[in-house]
Write a protein that binds this ligand. Structure first.
Ligand code: IMP
Ligand code: MG
Length: 180
């Protein structure tokens, strides 16, 4: 186990198997249609790459970068788009993909923004759901795993930019927080 990880929640096989199931479900739900997958950089890259391999439909892939600004521990709900889509999503089914839904503010703000661009539909997929932290009525349409209120890293998720490349998802040791 990585020296900074207290506990592994999901190993590589568990993650891969669950994402395959989500991809197969999405394939059924959108049968006969295509979709634009909108992936939120950087956290969603690993999840997006694995998920789209299992969506057996015409998929176009696009990326957005958003950052919440203001105090880093208290989300203000303000979302700043620093990289917008290249694709025109008007008349398309959109699947918005993020690593984790926590307060729900990111997915709420971005799906509302995408809805102003006249897509056929906007649905959301997340690898992790920290349901106990939600501050709004937002729920993802496709969820990999529900997790407790712990700070997790790996498989795209970071702490201050580190640990994204860990192949597993694990809980960070408290001593690591103390050092930053
Ligand atoms: P929300 O807007 O509060 O739902 O936050 C979503 C974003 O918060 C995610 O895209 C992550 O960047 C970040 N986040 C929330 N919880 C964690 C965690 O446990 N580890 C790493 N990033 C997290
Ligand atoms: Mg993120």
């Amino acid at each position: 186990m990585h020296k900074d990880i207290k506990q592994v929640l999901f190993d590589e096989d568990e993650i891969r198997n669950r994402i395959k199931e989500l991809g197969e479900q999405i394939t059924k739900d959108y049968a006969g249609q295509g979709l634009v997958v909108v992936s939120l950089l950087k956290g969603a890259v690993y999840f997006t790459a694995e998920l789209t391999k299992h969506i057996d439909l015409p998929v176009r892939l696009d990326f957005m970068i958003s950052s919440s600004y203001g105090n880093s521990t208290i989300s203000t709900g303000s979302i700043n788009i620093t990289k917008d889509l290249d694709e025109n999503i008007a008349g398309k089914h959109v699947l918005l993909v993020d690593d984790i839904i926590d307060t729900g503010l990111t997915l709420e703000k971005i799906s509302n923004l995408l809805l102003t661009r006249n897509p056929l539909s906007v649905k959301t997929a997340v690898l992790l759901d920290k349901g106990s932290r939600r501050v709004n009525a937002m729920n993802a349409d496709y969820v990999g795993f529900e997790i407790p209120d712990e700070f997790v890293v790996g498989y795209g998720l970071d702490f201050a930019g580190d640990y994204r490349n860990l192949p597993v998802i694990g809980i960070l040791k408290p001593s690591v927080f103390a050092k930053k």
